[in-house]
Design a protein around this ligand. Structure first.
Ligand SMILES: [Zn+2]
Length: 423
């Protein structure tokens, strides 16, 4: 059995894993990491390879203590849920280091709100994940942090590793924007673009040498898995409920591997239980050219898309994780496959109200529109669109939709203004 990233985790008699100091809010101070499929508790030296007992290296997850309370008012539920997060991590507060704004967007629907994850340390929702990952890596005494990424994930990994004083290795997609590779280097990380076989082998080797995998929950995706960091996404659910003053009816999440989907759904499920309120319908949104999740759910097994393609590179992965399939089944979500033209239209429509977001984020609006058109939700449903990253980080993708065209003489400027005013 491969060794864990070295450190202070210990195995309890029950096989549970203990991290860091005992929490006063938890009866036993233990973080329980369990298999999503069979529920078996993982041993401390077997956290990153999935559940061996299932024979398929099934994804592992943090098992929070079930909420003891229900029927709470929203504000009390948010406070209790946040307490549970801290309790689960024995002092690691998953809310830190940020919260992001929410704005109404009635242009798109009476109940539409935009959750702006671009307002974060490195400009994407990945900071939720890596803020937790880096602190757990420290708690486990890891030698460094290793991740694989199309861009946003790797930049965030390198930034939070730097903040934690740990080295970072980021295996990047061949099409990752140069600016994002530069940022990884700026944070002191090593960006590497290897072929897919060499990348997988090297990532596994580093984890066996004590590096912490800031990777997806499903070990099938990158070779080594991380059961902890998706807990950071629960904070998005918490903030959303706090900002709306209630649980939304529908949530739209751009989805690749499915970590964000799983973490946000887990957070909403916890809050719904605390409030005694209905679980929102959470929709995973994928491009039609990378619809691995809907294909997997239809087939009843994990399906890889042979040649995934989309302008939305961040959600154009060949595979979604089994945890995403389980999340949809367990918590009653849906999957929406959106066309490239719908993504591009959404990019333009969002820009027209002053929101310059990347193509993957725009897929959330395309998904909302598709859900309304299909009758999955009412047009006035209280809906949250998760905008995961800024367009400023993806200049090439944005250039495909928004041609640059500065006016270079005053007469032409006046002609254009006259056209706008209809003169
Ligand atoms: Zn299992």
């Amino acid at each position: 059995m491969p060794p864990r990233a070295g450190g202070t985790a210990t195995t309890h008699d029950s096989g549970d894993v203990q991290i860091g100091a005992r929490s006063e809010a938890s009866p036993d101070g233990l973080v329980r990491v369990v298999c999503l499929l069979c529920g078996r508790a993982a041993a401390a030296d077997d956290l990153f390879w999935g559940c061996g007992a299932c024979g398929v290296s099934a994804p592992l997850t943090v098992a929070d203590p079930p909420p003891q309370l229900t029927g709470l008012m929203v504000g009390d539920a948010v406070r209790e849920a946040r307490c549970t997060f801290s309790r689960g991590f024995a002092g690691i507060d998953i809310r830190a280091p940020m919260s992001t704004p929410m704005t109404a967007a009635p242009t798109f629907g009476a109940g539409v709100f935009l959750k702006h994850e671009a307002f974060s340390l490195t400009g994407s929702h990945k900071d939720r994940f890596h803020a937790v990952a880096a602190r757990v890596a420290l708690a486990l005494g890891a030698r460094g942090i290793v991740a694989s990424s199309t861009g946003n994930h790797g930049v965030s990994a390198a930034a939070h590793a730097a903040a934690a004083g740990l080295p970072a290795v980021v295996f990047c997609h061949p099409e990752a924007p140069a600016g994002l590779l530069r940022a990884i280097g700026a944070f002191g990380g090593e960006a590497a673009q290897l072929d897919s076989v060499a990348q997988r082998e090297e990532l596994i080797a580093l984890v066996r040498e004590g590096w912490f995998p800031a990777t997806s929950m499903d070990p099938a995706l990158s070779g080594a898995a991380n059961p902890f960091a998706v807990e950071g996404y629960k904070a998005i659910a918490c903030e959303t409920v706090e900002q709306l003053g209630r649980l939304p009816e529908a949530v739209f999440i751009p989805t690749a591997g499915g970590d964000t989907l799983y973490g946000v759904m887990k957070g909403f499920a916890e809050l719904a239980a605390l409030c005694g309120a209905p679980m929102p319908t959470v929709f995973a949104v994928q491009p039609e050219g990378a619809s691995s999740l809907s294909q997997s759910l239809t087939a009843g097994t994990q399906v890889a898309v042979a040649e995934p393609h989309s302008i939305a590179l961040s959600i154009a992965d060949p595979r979604s994780g089994r945890h995403a399939m389980i999340a949809i089944a367990r918590w009653g979500g849906g999957v929406l496959d959106v066309a490239e033209a719908a993504i591009e239209t959404a990019m333009i429509d969002l820009a027209r109200i002053g929101v310059y977001i990347d193509p993957a984020s725009a897929a959330a609006l395309a998904g909302y529109r598709l859900a309304v058109a299909r009758g999955d939700i009412a047009a006035d449903a209280l809906s949250v669109l998760l905008l995961t990253s800024s367009g400023f980080k993806w200049p090439d993708a944005m250039a495909a939709v928004f041609p640059s065209g500065a006016v270079r003489d005053a007469a032409e400027l006046r002609r254009r203004l006259a056209l706008r005013s209809g003169a």
